[in-house]
Design a protein around this ligand. Structure first.
Ligand code: GLN
Length: 262
């Protein structure tokens, strides 16, 4: 893209660099995938709050493999089946001929590893031992590489019930770098945000530590939810949150701090 269209390449980088936090979402196939991987790196090395979802989770794994584990050319077999380092691979039940019919779909249970005592994402989920979230994927992290990831600071804190599939990753020594193989957006609601999103926004506003210090409770000002009891109020709140997460850098004057999370 740099040589094809340098102006839009630099625009895209500019847009990324001014964000307070980043979501790398799900998707299929190779279109835009190298950009997703570069975005994961940007967030990792610059301490930017980051949430990867499904293909975004797999992009974070590939980025870490290439740049931290030095596994040159590491990739997903969905994108490049001949890769020397297949760190994301086809799941046995995935059949590419059947239009997604045999993908891993629907609500599934994820177990938090008992060793994940310092995990931010586990605390955001209320320190539960297990959670249920919705899935839609055909590829998974190659279990042969898990030891290497974990020894180098990428922890797989959530796994499936057979403890074979990696569901949630988190980086040591980062303000908020979380990625999930499932789709938390399916169970997220405006007044009940899904924990991975809640953590992302709090980290973007540098409020995650104080949220934990209060036992994962919002402050009294944040609890004025009965104020937002009509649909118009709710729409107003959502718009303010979207504006602030993109543009606002001044806590004291923000609509975010005065009306939703302080
Ligand atoms: N929903 C998604 O993002 C799917 C991710 C990836 N294409 C997979 O099938 O595993």
């Amino acid at each position: 893209m740099l040589s094809d269209n340098p102006a839009s390449y630099h625009d895209a980088w500019h847009n990324l660099c001014v964000c307070d936090c980043v979501v790398v979402p799900g998707g299929f196939g190779k279109r835009g995938f190298e950009g997703k991987i570069k975005t994961c790196k940007w967030c990792r090395v610059n301490d930017k709050p980051f949430l990867g979802i499904c293909l975004g989770f797999q992009a974070a794994v590939i980025e870490f493999s290439r740049n931290v584990l030095k596994l040159d050319g590491a990739n997903s077999t969905e994108v490049y089946s001949e890769t020397k380092h297949p760190v994301v691979i086809d799941m046995p039940e995935h059949n590419t001929n059947e239009m997604g019919g045999t993908m891993r779909l629907g609500k599934r249970t994820t177990l938090f590893k008992p060793s994940a005592v310092t995990s931010k994402i586990r605390r955001l989920y209320g320190n539960k031992d297990k959670i249920d979230e919705r899935h839609k994927h055909g590829y998974e992290v190659n279990p042969e590489y898990i030891d290497q990831f974990e020894k180098n600071g990428m922890q797989f804190v959530g796994v499936d019930v057979d403890q074979e599939r990696m569901e949630i990753l988190e980086l040591d020594n980062h303000p908020y770098y979380v990625a999930v193989q499932y789709h938390p957006e399916y169970l997220s609601r405006p007044m009940q945000p899904s924990p991975p999103f809640m953590g992302l926004i709090l980290a973007a506003k540098d409020r995650l530590k104080s949220y934990f210090a209060r036992g994962c409770k919002l402050s009294p000002r944040e609890l004025q939810s009965d104020y937002y009891d009509s649909e118009d109020d709710l729409n107003e709140l959502t718009v303010k949150q979207m504006n602030i997460s993109i543009y606002d850098h001044d806590d004291s004057s923000s609509a975010y701090s005065s009306s939703s999370v302080s």
